[in-house]
Design a protein around this ligand. Structure first.
Ligand SMILES: Cc1ncc(COP(=O)(O)O)c(C=O)c1O
Length: 486
């Protein structure tokens, strides 16, 4: 069956049939365009190819395409803009057959087990969601240069199935970066690139599992529900251990008798506490005595403002610590680019888990990131981000002092979020709703607890993605919401 296709202009595939039983060509073009708008392949505002181009591609007369466009303009599917071309109408009216442009995507099905206060639907205008850096500051030009260089320079062999640990040149660059900035002690061979800390957690459970029942993982309480769920989903038994003003309680970790203990020593998530020196040593010695593994999530260590750097726990006990780092807070979570530094005697099992999970992380992003590091562009980007984020941190502290009488801000010496302790405990769900009514997203500390209480005495405010004016306005909204629920 002779079929001719158009592959120019917007991403829409039209075809015409020329068999004896086929409808007239004009009707086919009209029907094809209507179908493309109806099912969302052509979206409101999309520009259509010039009639001459589409006619040539389809092997039909230009008149026929002009007539089809005119018909669809008359039916209000399309609009003609003088001198600019023909476009899909922005506001599509309801059509007799009920057709409209398809919505951009279905909502993501909500995970189970997450308290409702932790995942409000949609995003408010001023969202103190703690998980995002400033995505508008992604170094697009540097990344573009690095990607171009990677495409030019990567040997063909690098595009094949490769070492599941990732590109060696990136592992070499990361080993140097981590030694320089975090005091991490490792060979490049111990580094395994992975798709986010999220993937690392699942791989570690799988690599630790044996015939003796589920892997026991001690997790700080409070901590991220998402990560607890990931561990659980990978088959682990998750044991919450309390955090106080010195960080996670080492004797509670020991009492939980875990195979793995997931900790955030540099900036506890979400309280912002730095793990005290004595507890670091105690944890390291406990892990050595019991051949347990500490999993150090160093998720936002690049953002340190007014305290001396604290080296990674990994440097204290390189044989007992898996160190995790990620580009999610420095570049963008969408890259899904993170790394583990794995002790030598656990390496084979972790690499095997990575191989079976996905065969290795995508190589082009790794090659681009290696070039970003080599060119010094990553260091420059992190330095600029730190300066900007310090300004936002200061704006948050000032706004809380101004607007929230009796509140205290904790955990602001580092990171991209703060813990605001409220003058009195309030109903968490009511506070979230009252803030949402003012288009402000706040995240109660209670939602991070393993067993969330109804009341919360603190909120977690991420400021990394908000400008200083929005921060001030958001804190005003929080203050008003607090007045509503008190
Ligand atoms: C505590 C913690 N760990 C790790 C990460 C990074 O996770 P991923 O690398 O999967 O994006 C985040 C990001 O928000 C985090 O809050």
């Amino acid at each position: 069956m002779p079929v001719e296709e158009s592959n120019r202009g917007p991403e829409v595939l039209l075809a015409v049939r020329r068999t004896a039983d086929a409808p007239p060509l004009g009707a086919q073009v009209e029907a094809g365009l209507r179908a493309a708008v109806r099912d969302g392949r052509l979206r409101p505002g999309d520009r259509l190819p010039p009639s001459r181009t589409l006619a040539r591609d389809l092997g039909v007369s230009r008149r026929l395409v002009v007539d089809a466009y005119d018909q669809l303009v008359a039916e209000a599917w399309l609009e003609a803009r003088v001198g600019a071309g023909t476009f899909v109408r922005r506001a599509l009216p309801a059509h007799p057959d009920g057709a409209r442009a398809a919505p951009p995507d279905d909502p993501v099905p909500a995970p189970t087990g997450v308290p409702a206060t932790a995942r409000p639907d949609g995003r408010p205008r001023i969202d103190f969601f703690p998980g995002h850096p400033d995505l508008a500051a992604f170094p697009r030009a540097d990344w573009q240069r690095a990607t171009r260089a990677a495409l030019r320079e990567l040997p063909d062999a690098a595009l094949g199935y490769a070492d599941p640990r990732g590109l060696r040149e990136l592992r070499v660059a990361l080993a140097a970066l981590l030694a320089r900035t975090r005091g991490v002690v490792c060979r490049p061979g111990q580094i395994v690139l992975c798709q986010g800390v999220v993937q690392a957690l699942g791989l570690l459970v799988r690599a630790t599992g044996g015939p003796g029942g589920p892997v026991r993982v001690a997790v700080e309480d409070p901590y991220l529900h998402e990560h607890r769920d990931v561990l659980h989903h990978a088959g682990a038994e998750v044991v919450p251990v309390p955090v106080d003003e010195l960080g996670v309680r080492d004797e509670a970790v020991a009492a939980a008798r875990p195979d793995l203990a997931l900790v955030t020593p540099a900036h506890q998530c979400p309280t912002g506490v730095v793990l005290a020196a004595g507890r670091r040593v105690a944890l390291a010695r406990w892990a050595e005595r019991h051949d347990a593994l500490l999993v150090e999530d160093d998720y936002d260590a690049e953002y340190r403002y007014d305290r001396a750097p604290v080296a990674a726990l990994q440097a204290l006990a390189p044989r007992q610590v898996v160190y995790l780092g990620s580009t999610s807070k420095t570049l963008a979570p969408g890259l899904r680019l993170a790394w583990m530094v794995v002790p030598e005697d656990r390496l084979a099992a972790v690499v095997q888990a990575k191989r079976y999970a996905d065969g290795g992380s995508p190589v082009l992003e790794q090659a681009a990131f290696a070039r970003l590091l080599a060119a010094g562009a990553y260091d420059r980007h992190v330095r600029a981000a730190r300066r900007r984020q310090r300004g936002r941190r200061d704006a948050l502290v000032a706004a809380v002092a101004r607007e929230l009488d009796g509140a205290r801000v904790d955990g602001v010496a580092a990171g991209l979020h703060a813990l605001v302790r409220l003058p009195a405990a309030v109903d968490a769900a009511a506070l979230v709703a009252a803030a949402r009514a003012r288009d402000v997203g706040v995240y109660p500390l209670s939602a991070y607890r393993a067993d969330p209480p109804a009341k919360t005495a603190a909120v977690v405010l991420g400021y990394g993605a908000l400008g200083e004016a929005a921060i001030a306005q958001g804190v005003r909204g929080l203050a008003a919401a607090l007045r509503d629920v008190r």
